[in-house]
Design a protein around this ligand. Structure first.
Ligand SMILES: CC(C)(COP(=O)(O)OP(=O)(O)OC[C@H]1O[C@@H](n2cnc3c(N)ncnc32)[C@H](O)[C@@H]1OP(=O)(O)O)[C@@H](O)C(=O)NCCC(=O)NCCS
Length: 167
């Protein structure tokens, strides 16, 4: 049983533990959940819940929804979906960022996570999704290409991929 579940202020220790395992982030993916002690985890959840609704956005940020990939009840990965692009995201960041917890990598979950995130992007009316990825991040490039990503350009070591979402 696989689902991409939206972050909720009610999320608990299982999600927290996954974020600790993912660590501060890598390859351009930033995990802001990592820095919180569990006692303050609610603050992280509430900030991100609000960010999804455009409430108290940080300067220069667009609304962003956080999702968990849940497989048989266990959290496996995280995806962030930005509602639209601004100049900075067009250059680096794109619409979707994701990470799979290290203990669950290389099992096909990255591809599944992106497929599910694309379906959420379609639900909010995005027609074409931009994903940026370091040139040397071969795992992520495989994930994007398996989801019909078309490489537009590689500039200063950063790949820009576009994925057209069907009508
Ligand atoms: C990138 C990432 C999401 C891939 O997740 P995953 O669950 O391991 O991916 P999958 O198991 O679906 O693997 C996809 C493919 O990439 C390949 N792959 C995975 N890691 C790889 C690596 N380090 N080098 C080369 N190929 C790799 C897999 O073998 C698989 O190949 P296949 O297409 O032949 O089957 C995961 O490594 C991760 O979270 N990395 C850190 C954060 C990150 O880089 N996010 C993306 C930012 S753009």
């Amino acid at each position: 049983m696989i689902e991409l579940r939206e972050l909720s202020p009610e999320d608990g220790i299982d999600i927290y533990n996954m974020l600790q395992e993912i660590g501060p982030g890598e390859n351009g993916f930033f995990n802001d959940g990592y820095k919180y002690p569990f006692d303050n985890f609610y603050e992280y959840l509430l900030d991100n819940y609000n960010a999804s609704r455009g409430i108290e956005l940080k300067l220069g940020h667009v609304p962003q929804t956080t999702f968990w990939l849940i497989v048989d009840g266990q959290p496996i990965g995280i995806a962030k979906l930005r509602s639209y692009l601004n100049y900075a995201l067009r250059e680096s960041g794109g619409h979707i960022g994701y990470s799979i917890r290290p203990s669950e990598r290389n099992k096909g979950y990255g591809k599944i996570l992106l497929k599910e995130a694309l379906s959420k992007a379609k639900d909010i009316g995005i027609k074409e999704v931009l994903i940026t990825c370091n040139e040397g991040n071969l795992g992520s490039r495989s994930v994007i290409e398996a989801n019909s990503g078309k490489l537009e350009v590689i500039k200063e070591g950063l790949c820009k991929y576009w994925i057209k979402l069907s009508e």
